[in-house]
Design a protein around this ligand. Structure first.
Ligand SMILES: Cc1cc2nc3c(=O)[nH]c(=O)nc-3n(C[C@H](O)[C@H](O)[C@H](O)COP(=O)(O)OP(=O)(O)OC[C@H]3O[C@@H](n4cnc5c(N)ncnc54)[C@H](O)[C@@H]3O)c2cc1C
Length: 137
């Protein structure tokens, strides 16, 4: 019998952009016992290409009130934004305070990652998968 316990085996997520980061975050939020390893060759988990820009002139194309990372808390990003970047941020179409810098959204994603424990990071590029390991789970 296979002694590997699927309940405690780590989950590998390939790619540490926003999709991978939020998948890891939500897996742990749902079950704090879950262990997750995010595999990405980059040094800044959670940013990916879109949110790695340092320029505050590069804005999100989604209003602050529509881009929460938490489905059950639609104002989560807006609240974080007001507390951490711009107290006057607006949720909807009320230029120019509606569209936050992409770099700030990246900081928001990274703050979510920092708020949970259980995510490991492996700085590497995935080049292959072992199908035997995949079948096991
Ligand atoms: C310039 C730009 C601006 C954007 N602006 C917005 C916006 O304002 N609002 C919006 O909603 N969306 C925007 N987007 C779309 C944005 O890309 C997505 O919203 C989201 O960031 C995609 O995240 P992702 O994790 O799926 O992909 P990515 O951010 O591309 O992340 C993929 C990750 O996978 C890693 N990876 C790739 N291959 C491997 C491998 N073999 N092994 C390990 N790791 C690997 C990469 O290193 C990367 O970190 C923008 C995109 C770009 C390019």
């Amino acid at each position: 019998m296979d002694t590997h316990d699927a309940a405690t085996a780590p989950i590998a997520i390939i790619g540490g952009g926003v999709s991978g980061a939020l998948t890891a975050y939500h897996l742990i939020r749902q079950n704090p016992k879950v262990r997750v390893v995010v595999v990405d060759p980059g040094t800044s988990p959670g940013l990916g290409l879109a949110y790695a820009t340092p320029s505050y002139r590069h804005l999100l194309n989604v209003p602050a009130g529509k881009i929460s990372a938490l489905r059950d808390e639609p104002d989560h990003f807006l609240t974080w934004l007001r507390a951490n970047h711009d107290p006057h941020a607006e949720p909807m179409m009320a230029q120019p305070k509606t569209f936050a810098p992409r770099a700030v959204f990246g900081r928001y994603i990274q703050s979510l990652l920092a708020s949970v424990s259980g995510i490991g990071y492996l700085r590497a590029k995935v080049v292959d998968l072992n199908s035997r390991e995949t079948e096991r789970y």
